[in-house]
Ligand binder design. Structure first.
Ligand SMILES: *Cc1c(COP(=O)(O)O)cnc(C)c1O
Length: 449
């Protein structure tokens, strides 16, 4: 089976342990389910067949990684309680697990002092980072590279902070000369540095941004929603390795456990190096925070209700797969990266394809060879469609023309605004073993065009 179901016995066993927490209370029997519930659930299962085959290694398109079974089970286990990590009133145990799990993430970045918590996702986490930036530097500009996540511009709009996109260089990293030009204007509050851009997986040179911080005073926020865990692997190139080694010098970091951290959706994380920014969150809630004098997570988050289950799942996963260099989790990430490098090499050696930048993490961009960018775009789309029919699921990316030119020089005629390329995020450790199949199906599909 593609779906792992053998572990369901473990769920029952652990529910029996959880049941013991009700000992001593007057007897109360939960309602049993009947035929109607069965019918509806089977309908749901049928409706859910209408998806791309995300858990299968031949799904090699978007940034979608199956949660680890332990995360799924811990999440489900906690569903019988359904804790809310807004306040200790609603989720005492899961709040404690959140504080421990978040401290482990902070430790991975080399932080022992910090303020941090989980969020619904990376967007919300980035919003908190930029909100704090705005409180510290009201009215000052937010900068992020043109390859940064699209939500930074929108978040800045919501926060009513001016936003400027900084040009990317030939390798899709933030261009340092363009950045310095903006910094010289003297009105920049925060620079968002992306370690792992969502489109192409490029890593902004954090070390160089930190050098500029010495000359121009600004906050450094790192958006590593996708790439944050790659500091654990030992097969990065120099730019990425140096950038990751500087994470102990930034003001805030976002990482998404629901991207590379093997978690179900609904799990982002924000960390601030200066815990005193907690003062901005100060508020009164007349109906919560009375059950304990300990810190309620709602006192340091913008969101109110939040799934305690996310914290339970994350804690369990990090217990099984600690965030250590050279550990099993790190090796899984490194395998995805190896897969991306291997496929990149095979495509480079094959005249039927045009490659782009060497992958910095585990995202790969390439296209079928043709004489003009219009033809390349058409072929990319056709290959995307045919590969899907042949059970290989890829993604597409509109590559800006300046980046295409940086990769392909005069070998192509540029007769379109952008060029469609194929994109793969090889984020399952199993992808490494499937590279030969992925390449074969791609070749067979291309031959049909
Ligand atoms: C995915 C992503 C986001 C947005 O995070 P969500 O969890 O989808 O809200 C922000 N920045 C980067 C770099 C991302 O990859």
């Amino acid at each position: 089976m593609v779906l792992e179901v053998k572990s369901l016995g473990l769920l029952e066993e652990s529910l029996e342990v959880l049941e013991q927490s009700f000992q001593g209370m007057p007897a109360f029997e939960a309602k049993a389910l009947g035929d109607r519930e069965r019918d509806i659930l089977l309908q749901v299962a049928e409706r859910m067949q209408d998806n791309y085959p995300y858990p299968h290694p031949l799904y090699a398109g978007q940034m979608l990684k199956p949660p680890h079974p332990i995360a799924r089970l811990a999440y489900m286990l906690s569903m019988w309680v359904n804790p809310n990590n807004h306040a200790l009133d609603g989720g005492r145990a899961s709040s404690a697990l959140e504080k421990e799990a978040v401290a482990e993430i902070a430790e991975m970045f080399g932080w022992d002092k910090f303020l941090g918590h989980l969020t619904g996702g990376g967007t919300m986490a980035n919003m908190e980072a930029l909100w704090v930036s705005g409180r510290l530097h009201p009215g000052k500009r937010i900068l992020a590279s043109s390859m940064a996540h699209y939500t930074h511009g929108r978040i800045s709009e919501v926060l009513q902070l001016p936003f400027t996109a900084v040009a990317a260089d030939d390798q899709a990293r933030m261009d340092m000369a363009a950045l310095e030009n903006e910094l010289k204007k003297g009105d920049v509050g925060t620079v968002v540095v992306t370690l792992g851009t969502t489109g192409v997986g490029s890593v902004d040179p954090l070390h160089k941004v930190l050098e500029l911080k010495k000359l121009y005073d600004f906050r450094v926020h790192v958006d590593s929603a996708y790439g944050g865990y790659f500091g654990l692997v030992d097969n990065l190139d120099d730019n990425a390795a140096i950038a990751y080694s500087k994470l102990d010098q930034v003001d805030s970091i976002v990482i998404d456990p629901h991207k590379h951290g093997l978690q179900p959706y609904g799990c982002g994380c924000i960390l601030f190096s200066d815990a005193s920014v907690g003062r901005f969150y100060k508020h009164d809630s007349p109906y919560t925070y009375f059950s304990s004098d300990d810190m309620h997570l709602g006192e340091i988050t913008l969101e109110c209700s939040r799934a305690g289950a996310s914290a339970v799942a994350l804690w369990a996963t990090q217990k099984l797969l600690p965030l250590n260099r050279g550990g099993e989790f790190a090796n899984g990430l490194a395998d995805g990266r190896k897969a991306a490098l291997e496929l990149h090499k095979q495509l480079q050696d094959d005249p039927k394809y045009k490659t782009t930048f060497e992958p910095e993490l585990d995202i790969l961009i390439w296209a079928p060879d043709a004489k003009t960018t219009q033809e390349i775009s058409q072929k990319s789309q056709a290959l995307f469609d045919l590969a899907e029919k042949n059970h290989l699921h890829l993604a597409l990316l509109e590559l800006p023309l300046n980046l295409a030119k940086a990769c392909w020089g005069d070998s192509v005629e540029y007769n379109s605004e952008t060029v469609s390329c194929l994109r793969s995020t090889l984020m399952k450790p199993e992808h490494l073993e499937w590279i030969a199949d992925i390449k074969r199906i791609m070749d067979e599909s291309l031959a049909e065009i």
